[in-house]
Design a protein around this ligand. Structure first.
Ligand code: E4P
Length: 217
């Protein structure tokens, strides 16, 4: 499973990259705003900085909601760096733009996916990635992980190439459950990745090994 980090924070991205397990970055307009990155030029410059920090795919989201606007923005984003993946919302014009970009060989991430039917449409339009938001489904007392299982089954039935990018991952258990269900990618905060390191028996076992080493030396 690929690990993406879901942030526009350069410090968090650098820390995940240094761990050696990072495969990419996802951002969205809210994450950019959280870091105080505003204005088209500053946003493009920030994407460039992210691409310079990591080796993998960097999802950059369009703001337009009409086909022509999405195409214009997406082409600008894709031209910025070969690592950029154009992120499009799952609306009718987003699906049309996804088909347009996939026909041109430009990679896409179809976002704001909350149903298996939406994921089927994204795959039909040739999306590189589809992003089901599991945490936001959990927030409204729906089973977010069940959506990952449904999409996995549908994509496997028809051998779709579209990769399932479990998004809105909130914690470490989401990461593990997505891995069990066969999600191709997960994107979550740094804490969801670092949480995988933790086990009290690792800490106590290491402390004992070091203590015993000191006794013998
Ligand atoms: C996905 O690409 C989104 O950026 C993200 O995962 C949304 O997560 P949230 O629901 O925690 O805001």
């Amino acid at each position: 499973m690929k690990f993406f980090i879901d942030t526009a924070n350069l410090g968090d991205i650098a820390e995940a990259q240094a761990l050696g397990v990072l495969d990419g970055v996802t951002t969205n307009p809210s994450l950019m705003a959280k870091e105080g990155i505003t204005g088209a030029e500053n946003i493009l410059a920030h994407y460039q900085k992210i691409c310079d920090l990591v080796d993998g795919d960097v999802s950059a989201e369009v703001i337009s909601t009409d086909f022509e606007g999405m195409v214009e923005e997406g082409e600008k984003l894709a031209a910025l760096h070969p690592q950029i993946v154009v992120k499009l919302p799952l609306i009718a014009d987003g699906i049309k733009a996804c088909k347009y970009f996939s026909d041109k060989g430009i990679r896409t991430n179809v976002t704001l996916v909350f149903s298996a039917g939406q994921a089927l449409l994204a795959a039909k339009a040739g999306a590189t990635y589809v992003s089901p938001f599991i945490g936001r489904l959990d927030d409204i007392s729906t089973d977010g992980l069940n959506l990952i299982a449904e999409i996995r089954q549908i994509y496997d039935n028809y051998a779709f190439d579209t990769q399932i990018l479990a998004a809105s991952v909130r914690h470490t258990m989401h990461v593990i459950d997505c891995a069990k269900l066969g999600s191709d990618v997960m994107t979550g905060p740094l804490s969801s990745i670092k949480g995988l390191l933790k086990h009290p028996l690792t800490d106590s076992g290491l402390a004992k090994f070091l203590e015993d080493y000191k006794k013998g030396n």
